[in-house]
Design a protein around this ligand. Structure first.
Ligand code: XMP
Length: 305
């Protein structure tokens, strides 16, 4: 286990040495890794670090507000409202892999602009030890919204938590007082809610998925799932009041897993499922039905796209 008492000052000194008098940027994702890397780098070089958080509009409920609050003390923090640009770029895109690539490209565009504007020579990244192993082994490369270092011409890349495991990063986060990020939520995919709506990404579908994911995370917390989520999977007929409606179908999924490579659908009691159903259909009049996904991985994947 990492000795946080010695790790933190050493990491800060190392960043100071690497970056010198130059400027740096970091992309904040809302996860613990980039948050810890940003906090360390900010300690080292202060406002010469520009932390950039791109609000893609594909985030979970309350996520942007949480980031703004957590990093309120960093005067150089930039929150980029890119919701409309992401929606525009995704308009008409229905293929899952194309969605990923559109999102990745748009992200790079947003980040590149900020990096240039900040006159940054260095890129700080929250890469952790398992990321290095996985990308060297090629296991998860298709999941990474990668390519940043190639696109922006940086003098160097600084990775202050590159030798740490996830639980060690959490330990450091606690030491640094990043409680909100540590109490962090379950893993969330880079392309966000875009892979939790089947087919074209629209504001309406995103709103349904966002609220439903929030309900599911709250209601299933006691089951300690590795991941629990809701996805908008299509349309079906329902009855609201005296009328037949053609509304959204929301699928709820909760899985146990060690590493995401395989997963088991969790057994959830009927009352909880009914409560979830009633909250989701109750808060959104355009949802016609809620189903529970009992499929393990394989043959299904965890996300819907
Ligand atoms: P699947 O759906 O492939 O998901 O069974 C396995 C794990 O990976 C996450 N996931 C992603 N993470 N970019 C990411 O950063 C992606 O494009 C992506 N797709 C899936 C998923 O949430 C699960 O934890």
């Amino acid at each position: 286990m990492v000795e946080t008492e010695t790790f933190v000052p050493e990491a800060i000194a190392e960043i100071e040495e690497e970056i010198g008098d130059a400027n740096a940027v970091i992309a904040l994702s809302g996860g613990v890794d980039s948050s810890v890397a940003a906090a360390l780098a900010y300690e080292a070089i202060g406002d010469r670090l520009t932390p950039v958080y791109v609000d893609t509009g594909l985030m979970r409920k309350g996520e942007t507000a949480q980031i703004e609050e957590t990093f309120d003390y960093m005067e150089s923090l930039r929150v980029v409202d890119a919701k409309d640009r992401f929606l525009e770029a995704l308009s008409g895109v229905t293929d899952p892999e194309e969605k990923r690539s559109v999102i990745g490209e748009q992200f790079i565009r947003e980040f590149e602009r900020e990096a240039k504007d900040a006159d940054a020579d260095f890129l700080v990244q929250g890469t952790i030890y398992p990321d290095r192993i996985e990308s060297e082994g090629g296991i998860k490369s298709h999941h990474n919204v990668g390519g940043l270092p190639d696109v922006v011409d940086f003098e160097g890349i600084v990775e202050p938590v590159r030798d740490l495991y996830k639980d060690e990063v959490r330990e450091v986060a606690r030491h640094l007082g990043l409680e909100e990020i540590v109490a962090e939520r379950m893993p969330f995919p880079g392309p966000g809610l875009a892979v939790r709506v089947i087919g074209e990404v629209t504001e309406e579908k995103l709103e349904v998925a966002r609220e439903a994911c929030h309900v599911v995370e709250e209601e299933l917390e006691e089951y300690e799932p590795w991941q629990a989520l809701a996805a908008v999977i299509g349309k079906a007929t329902g009855v609201k009041g005296d009328n037949r409606v053609h509304g959204w179908v929301v699928s709820v999924r909760s899985v146990d897993s060690r590493d995401g490579m395989t997963a088991r659908a969790q057994e959830i009691d009927w009352e909880t499922l009914q409560r979830i159903q009633s909250r989701i259909t109750g808060t959104n009049e355009n949802v016609a039905r809620v189903v529970y996904d009992v499929t393990h991985k394989p043959p299904a994947t965890i996300e819907y796209e």
